[in-house]
Ligand binder design. Structure first.
Ligand code: UD1
Length: 436
């Protein structure tokens, strides 16, 4: 277990060069693991990322009687759910643990799950999830930090449900709950993220009949047979791919991002190409070359997929500081997700707010500093800023990065970045663990 005092030492000013293989998607596997719980038999998720959020999932599964074992880059799941209640121990670590409400409701018609944790990136209500449950006739109440749910009739009937906002988690919960309904469910204004499609593919391979995933209308028909676990390959992590694309571009580097589904990162590759970066796509490879190019300013608005992802907004913000001219950044998903700006100001980065827009005038010369990231993407954006800052930086918050990025530091080293992981107490470089 890494101590929070551990930091990444970064020497800035070097162009990143080389090839990098993208790992399996964090957000996908965090929905696929709960979905696997609905089946019987042995399930295997291949292309699994080595991240600490999967460890938290292992703890949650253990509490309800299911075994999860990580073997190299795959995750094996077996056993049957025997409890319908979860404690705060692991649930508090990750946001996606609220999907166990859907899982336990589909299994037992009853669930007691603590309010979930995850990144502190502003208010993250679950009213849409509870609205979905209510439509199925499931009564819910929040007592002392626990969400308690019970179906008035079980199995419940399928429903037509309109989501007021295409919430990823609420769409996933609706799909899980609907898989146990005794008639068809239709979800309108569903989230269209690639992780929703990945979830539908897994559930269908287990025996559900879901159509329309990836569009705003998803239909879930009843299935007569029991769901059976299968083997499934997790999609590549579009957010990791986007992160490294921005890093290579901002450092004026070049390389190949491998194992990507290019359509999943079209918002990133379009913005970078419009900004003057040479981008070529061949099958699952993205060739990027930013050597000798002057970066034009960007206009980013974080929106539901296929719009620009909110998770890459802090990273795009750092990128904009190295563009010539005025960039505009807006986050419509998490409007308060700008903690990185306060830390970045310690490197000398300045911004202005005009209404809900963040305006960044570049090029700004950043100076190395000691900074702390308090969520996954913020911490990574600070590392990215350190890569372009003059001198040395210390970035705290590696524990957050390891929640969602597989082998982050090793991958950066592979691209030639001057980075190392330092333990503050011993002032020694930590021997590289497998997943750092
Ligand atoms: C997922 C992703 C996260 C990403 C987010 C948006 C996982 C594990 N996490 O989170 O990385 O940043 O999608 O793409 O997949 N909302 C409500 N009420 C609700 C639910 C959501 O108001 O009941 C709001 C949220 O406050 C937020 C917006 O809807 O402003 C998007 O949230 P949602 O799509 O639900 O995100 P998550 O599923 O939590």
């Amino acid at each position: 277990m890494l101590k929070n005092e551990t930091y990444i030492k970064v020497k800035g000013g070097k162009a990143l060069k080389g090839n990098i293989k993208i790992s399996g998607s964090k957000n996908s596997i965090l929905a696929l693991i709960p979905a696997m719980c609905l089946g019987d038999g042995v399930g295997v998720l291949t292309n699994a990322p080595l991240i600490s959020d999967v460890e938290a999932m292992k703890g949650i599964l253990g509490e309800i009687g299911i075994q999860l074992n990580c073997e190299s880059n795959s995750v094996r799941i077996e056993g049957n759910i025997i409890y319908n209640e979860l404690s705060k121990q692991y649930v508090s670590k990750i946001r996606a643990s609220n999907l166990f409400l859907g899982v336990l409701l589909a299994k037992f018609g009853k669930a007691v799950v603590p309010l979930s944790g995850g990144d502190k990136i502003g208010n993250r209500p679950i009213d849409i999830h509870l609205y979905v449950f209510d439509k199925f006739g499931i009564k819910t109440k929040v007592v002392d930090g626990f969400v308690k749910c019970e179906a008035t009739q079980f199995p419940y009937k399928g429903q037509n449900i309109f989501l007021r906002f295409p919430s990823v988690g609420a769409t996933e919960n609706a799909m899980l709950v609907a898989s146990a309904a005794d008639s068809e469910t239709i979800i309108y204004n569903a989230a269209m993220e690639p992780e929703i499609v990945d979830l539908a593919i897994l559930l269908n391979s287990m025996g559900t009949r879901i159509s329309g995933a990836g569009t705003p209308v998803i239909r879930i028909k009843t299935s007569d047979s029991k769901l059976v676990r299968t083997s499934h390959e997790v999609i590549p992590d579009r957010l990791e791919a986007g992160t490294f694309l921005f890093m290579l571009a901002v450092t004026k580097g070049r390389g190949i991002i491998k194992n990507v589904i290019p359509e999943h990162v079209i918002s990133v590759t379009s913005i970078l190409a419009d900004s003057g970066v040479d981008i070529k796509i061949e099958d699952s490879n993205i060739f990027i070359d930013a050597t000798n190019c002057e970066l034009s300013p960007i206009h980013v608005e974080a929106l539901p997929f296929p719009g620009f992802p909110t998770d890459l907004q802090p990273i795009a913000t750092v990128y904009s500081s190295h563009c010539i001219g005025m960039s505009i950044i807006k986050d419509t998903i998490h409007t308060e997700r700008f903690n990185h700006l306060y830390e970045l100001s310690r490197m000398g980065m300045v911004h202005t707010n005009i209404a809900t827009n963040i305006i960044i005038e570049g090029i700004q010369n950043l100076a190395g500093a000691s900074l702390e990231g308090t969520d996954i993407r913020m911490a990574v954006s600070l590392v990215m800023a350190a890569l372009i800052a003059e001198g040395e930086s210390k970035i705290y918050g590696l524990n957050h990065i390891l929640r969602g990025y597989d082998n982050f530091v090793k991958k950066l080293m592979g691209l030639g970045a001057e980075v190392s992981v330092i333990d503050k107490d011993t002032i020694e470089t930590i021997v590289q663990k497998k997943c750092i």
